[in-house]
Design a protein around this ligand. Sequence first.
Ligand SMILES: C[S@@+](CC[C@H](N)C(=O)[O-])C[C@H]1O[C@@H](n2cnc3c(N)ncnc32)[C@H](O)[C@@H]1O
Length: 314
Amino acid sequence: MHSTPPHYSKLDHGVSIQACWQHSIRVLAHAGIDAASARQETSLLLQHVMRQSLTELLCNLQHRPSREQLMQLEECLTRRTQREPIQYILGYTYFCGRRFAVDTRVLIPRQESEVLIEVARDVCHWPPLSGTPLRLADIGTGSGAIAVTLACDLPTAHILGIDISREALQVARTNIERHSVSERVSLVQGNLASMVGVTFDMVVANLPYVHSKHLPHLSPEITRFEPHTALDGGSTGLSLIFRLLTQAPGLLRAGGWLLLEVGDTQAGDVVRNLAQQSHWGSIATATDVAGAQRVVAIQRSGGSVASTNAAPVT
Ligand SMILES: C[S@@+](CC[C@H](N)C(=O)[O-])C[C@H]1O[C@@H](n2cnc3c(N)ncnc32)[C@H](O)[C@@H]1O
């Protein structure tokens, strides 16, 4: 149950949508949310509570929400003033243009991870993979956003989503069903890929990569609400990624690809680690919109050489 913080008055029954709008922006700004976000989040919360589109709301500014709607808005505002992410309050977020259910059992999919999808699509659209049945694995699948997006975009792909968290897999299951890809996406609970006995054409992984000592300094939205098993990359930030690198050669067929999302300063360390191993052919990186190297793409040696638009690492 969420209690109302003392610093703002409750909405009186009979107030208009417009008054709710102004009230909500004030409350969110008072809680330290910047002005642009307060306006945008108010719009999302009102659409959610009133079950109306933005256009409908704007046409109905003088309408009066019901008592239940006012109570629901107050509860949403209280949760947000406690810095719960808006995505958890709404119960959804968008990733690569598709809507995904999210709650505190899973990390909220980030825009940075869309780079991983772009590289994966690139690799799968090149010969020799293009048009062939594909076996992919998504390690640390969380909400299933990556696995579901790949299944929707690559109709010949069968994808195995693995996560250590049983709770996260429940959310992934919901998303798989909502996007009607149950026949091509399976889920398994596991610690990285230790129990997987098959090989894949491609393995993608957005594993936790935050340095443990940096965790307490992230925003309250992250530290208080997002699952720490989805964030904590151990004492170097790269503990899980390096563990996966030791398993990866056995997970990929010759010529198969491993795509890793990494933190914005970690690609160099990952590439140096890979250079010490003998199993790998091409190594490339891809950058996010801010120019940070976000994805390391590595091809297992042997088999046909495919390509990606990611920049080769020499
Ligand atoms: C950064 S989140 C990524 C979630 C999702 N793939 C996304 O991009 O939104 C990392 C995920 O890895 C999972 N995870 C953490 N340690 C793991 C392990 N040892 N084996 C498998 N999954 C793990 C977490 O439970 C979490 O769901």
